[in-house]
Design a protein around this ligand. Structure first.
Ligand code: NAD
Length: 475
């Protein structure tokens, strides 16, 4: 069984490589045709895909459209419009001493790339990287997440019906299949998921010296001290946190605020939650479910003994967990037995509100931990906003709004430090999946290159010394 599966996986990668080696994926006409085919796949099968997302995550169809298919379609449109320009060789000026010569930067595809996607946005996070990979002229092996099996099966069925069957391969499966995939040689691996598996991917890639993009997660903190916009901020925080039942890599993980603001902020977010999902969110068609029983059990275990200020209701049978607010005490550095709500990425609908005496204390707290994927500042003070931007490091920053920094095609999306390496979206995806190859041509006319060639006469030594900025005569 294992051998057979291994053979299939190796064969899929071989087929993609043969197609790449044939040169078929290089012309921009092929790339654009594939992007159009992907757009057609998404448009024609929108309902089918949305049903699968409902099945696996109980994702509302409007939310699915906004956060999954529309995101990929926007990236396709953005890339399609600019692709020919990005793919064109660019002339680069040369210093006078090297002339007459020309220099160009020629973007070239990397080859066969592997894209490993997680389950929380299983359509967007599989296809958005592929837009860049195809746009740059690569063949692609897609590995959707096994934790959203309905979506995975639907996409595996659709992809070969719309896209180049040889150049774009889909390998379904879990850890065993991904492990086998990672034994193959790729020219780039693009992984989205948690840091533990990120390390596994990086190790495997090292065997083949394969470059890697890691889109990871971690705890994304938020700071609040904007009393004048309390209700508006509360709505935005509630939206960013409880979208997809909190299973969003850039969701605010916890909110820090001064002790006197904990009460008002809690009440305002509670109002916002009720406005969005009604008094009992279990009945709301707009509120999602936890992806599986293990994640549900993990999240409810975080609530044992916690000071729950709102929500907390859970139903393991339907994997429901209410939008929940938790009060935590002032964290003390290095405290033993700290709540997992402060030590683990929550990745679910639990929002701790953590008192911090000042913005400086919050900054010190952030800097004492892994660099976050996202950082949010809700403050009317320009100085406070500037201090957070200058004194902390994170993948991106949202001021007065969550999530949006991850949805702008013109901006790179990615982490820093423990939240990831590399970035993508729009032009940055194209760059991630391309090699920029310098090509230099020296004309035969005016052959002054003899100055760099032996024998090194006194005259040549003087010229070399002058160009190196050495004033004394070399001995
Ligand atoms: P997941 O469990 O679906 O894993 C992601 C992929 O890794 C899957 O395709 C899976 O088959 C594969 N995998 C799992 N275990 C493996 C192993 N031992 N060896 C090889 N491959 C393996 O998703 P997840 O990791 O639970 O996703 C959630 C995490 O992803 C969170 O930490 C979240 O913050 C992060 N995330 C980051 C981004 C981003 O863009 N930066 C986006 C979404 C999620």
């Amino acid at each position: 069984m294992t051998d057979r599966r291994g053979e299939d996986i190796a064969a899929a990668v071989r087929t993609a490589r043969r197609r790449y080696d044939s040169g078929a994926t290089r012309p921009t006409t092929w790339r654009i045709a594939q992007l159009d085919a992907l757009a057609r796949l998404l448009r024609t099968n929108g309902d089918h895909i949305e049903q699968a997302l409902w099945q696996d995550l109980r994702k509302n169809p409007t939310e699915a459209r906004l956060t999954e298919t529309a995101v990929v379609l926007a990236d396709i449109a953005y890339t399609r419009r600019r692709l020919r320009r990005w793919a064109r060789p660019r002339r680069v000026g040369l210093p006078i001493v090297l002339r007459p010569a020309t220099a160009r930067l020629v973007p070239e595809p990397l080859g066969v790339v592997l894209i490993i996607a997680p389950w929380n946005y299983p359509v967007q996070l599989l296809f958005a990287p592929m837009v860049g990979a195809i746009g740059a002229g690569n063949a692609v092996v897609l590995k959707p997440s096994e934790l959203t099996p309905t979506v995975s099966a639907v996409l595996a069925d659709l992809v070969p019906r719309y896209l180049d069957k040889d150049a774009v391969q889909v390998v379904q499966g879990g850890v065993a299949e991904t492990t086998e995939l990672l034994e193959q040689r790729f020219d780039h691996i693009f992984y989205t998921g948690n840091g533990r598996v990120g390390r596994v991917v990086l190790h495997a890639a090292a065997e083949h010296l394969t470059p890697v993009t890691l889109e990871l997660g971690g705890k994304s903190p938020a700071w609040f001290d904007d009393d004048a916009h309390l209700d508006q901020v509360a709505r935005r925080i509630a939206w960013g946190k409880f979208l997809n039942a909190g299973q969003t890599c850039v969701a605010p993980d916890y909110v820090m605020t001064t002790p006197d603001r904990v009460g008002p902020l809690t009440r305002a977010i509670t109002r916002a939650v009720t406005d969005m999902f009604g008094a009992d969110p279990i009945a709301s068609p707009d509120y999602g479910r936890i992806v599986n029983a293990q994640h549900h059990a993990r999240l409810t275990s975080y609530l044992e003994g916690a000071d729950v200020a709102h929500g907390g209701q859970a139903d393991p049978a339907t994997r429901y967990l209410a939008p929940t607010l938790v009060h935590l005490p002032l964290p003390s550095p290095g405290a033993v037995g700290e709540s997992p709500l402060l030590t683990e990425e929550i990745f679910g609908p639990i929002l701790p509100i953590v008192p911090m005496t000042t913005p400086e204390a919050a900054i010190d707290y952030i800097n004492a931990h892994d660099k976050p994927l996202a950082l949010y500042v809700f403050s009317a003070s320009r100085a406070t906003r500037a201090r957070f931007i200058e004194r902390t490091s994170s993948g991106g920053v949202g001021i007065d709004v969550p999530l949006l920094q991850a949805g702008v095609e013109a901006l790179p999306f990615g982490g820093v430090g423990a939240s990831g390496m590399g970035s993508y979206h729009g032009r940055y995806s194209f760059e991630t999946f391309s090699h920029r190859k310098p090509v230099v041509r020296r004309l035969h006319a005016l052959d002054t290159l003899g100055f760099a060639m032996p024998p090194f006469t006194a005259a040549k030594r003087r010229i070399a010394a002058r160009s190196a900025g050495v004033t004394a005569e070399p001995r």
